[in-house]
Write a protein that binds this ligand. Structure first.
Ligand SMILES: Nc1ncnc2c1ncn2[C@@H]1O[C@H](COP(=O)(O)OP(=O)(O)OP(=O)(O)O)[C@@H](O)[C@H]1O
Ligand SMILES: [Mg+2]
Length: 348
């Protein structure tokens, strides 16, 4: 895989203003996140509310400043750019939000709002700009006659098509979709998902598709990354991840996804995670998932697991998959196999 976008060890924190004694304390919204997106690939980014998905997306756009880490687009280090150079590079990464009004100014007609990036980055105006906007409207499945309309004159799904048209206006390398279909009803969701897939195939654009909805991500993404409390706990090809989740958190998330086939649904046990997500301002030590993990071991409470390759592709950060110095006897899975083997021996 040739990576178009490389994110390496990205960390973002926010100052905590609450409380006298916590002055100077910071909330680590994104904590050492690394991933790559190939050209023409859709990477899904999933996780519970507050896990740091949006902050990751915003840091890629430099809408929030990362504390540390690197973001490279076609090899250019974006975190090092400033001023004019940063503005020039911004066009290569665009964002589509859940609320289309975050991308579309309600007081601007379509020609202006969809055409704005063309003015800013390519200096196009008047008829030339409008012609390009018409092409974009057609590309996203809208009528080219809508140039003089305001966003409120469109349905929710159409407004999202406008937001996509604006994002695609300057032919970006990567489009970050942050919960872009979450506010839409299921059939409109499907239409937008199909549109994104068509655009990906047609234009070769890459997408970082952020969503809390794993069934939506499954329809679109070739690879998926799972975040928990600011850390990326698992990533890998969709097929492997959905069929054989390696992290107990991924397993739990997936068990909550409705399965279309009723037979499968009945057979599948739903895992209910014990406890609420921990306080992000005071995360647990070791693996931050350990207080809610049904498989938690002693090592999980004190040692942060490192990314470990998974059979079938991708990596996982979980001590069930590591064999470190802490577990002198070998991996936990081997230990468990040995134990259950021993139990069978005694029984026979
Ligand atoms: N501007 C900010 N100032 C302070 N804290 C913030 C800010 N933005 C996000 N956070 C905190 O950072 C953490 C991650 O938030 P983020 O919005 O990235 O999560 P998310 O995964 O996108 O959640 P959701 O699914 O609800 O959109 C949360 O604890 C959040 O409260
Ligand atoms: Mg978010």
């Amino acid at each position: 895989m040739t990576a178009l976008l490389e994110v390496e060890d990205l960390s973002v924190s926010f100052p905590l203003q609450r409380g006298l004694f916590r002055r100077g304390a910071r909330l680590r919204a994104v904590d050492g996140v690394s991933f790559e997106v190939a050209a023409g690939e859709i990477l899904g980014l999933v996780g519970e509310s507050g896990s740091g998905k949006s902050t990751t997306g915003r840091a890629l756009m430099r809408l929030v400043e990362p504390d540390s880490g690197a973001v490279r687009l076609r090899g250019t280090e974006l975190t090092a750019l400033g001023g004019r150079e940063l503005r020039r590079h911004r066009r290569h990464i665009q964002m589509v939000f859940q609320d289309p009004y975050s991308s579309l100014d309600p007081s601007m007609v379509v020609a202006e709002s969809v055409g704005e990036p063309l003015e800013v980055h390519e200096g196009l105006r008047g008829k030339v700009r409008d012609e390009r906007v018409r092409d974009l409207l057609v590309r996203v499945g809208l009528s080219p006659r809508h140039l003089e309309r305001y966003p409120y004159e469109f349905s929710g799904g159409q407004r999202q098509r406008l937001a996509i048209a604006r994002a695609l206006a300057v032919d970006p390398d990567v489009v970050i979709c942050d919960e872009a279909v979450s506010a839409l009803d299921v059939s409109t969701q499907n239409q937008i998902i199909n549109l994104l897939e068509e655009l990906r195939a047609e234009l070769g654009t890459s997408y970082l598709f952020i969503s809390h909805d794993l069934s939506v991500v499954r329809q679109l993404a070739q690879r998926v990354a799972v975040m928990y409390l600011g850390r990326l706990v698992e990533e890998g090809p969709s097929q492997r991840l959905y069929a054989h989740p390696a992290h107990p958190y991924t397993e739990a998330l997936l068990s909550a996804v409705p399965v279309p086939n009723p037979g499968v649904q009945r057979r599948r046990e739903r895992i209910v995670l014990p406890g609420d997500p921990p306080d992000p301002t005071d995360p647990p030590g070791g693996c931050t998932f350990h207080p809610r993990c049904p498989y938690a071991m002693d090592v999980c409470r004190s040692v942060v697991p490192e990314p470990t390759p998974v059979d079938g592709g991708g990596t996982v950060r979980c001590h069930l998959h590591t064999s470190g110095p802490v577990l002198a006897g070998g991996s936990v899975l081997e230990l468990r196999a040995a134990e259950s083997g021993a139990a069978t021996d005694t029984g026979s």
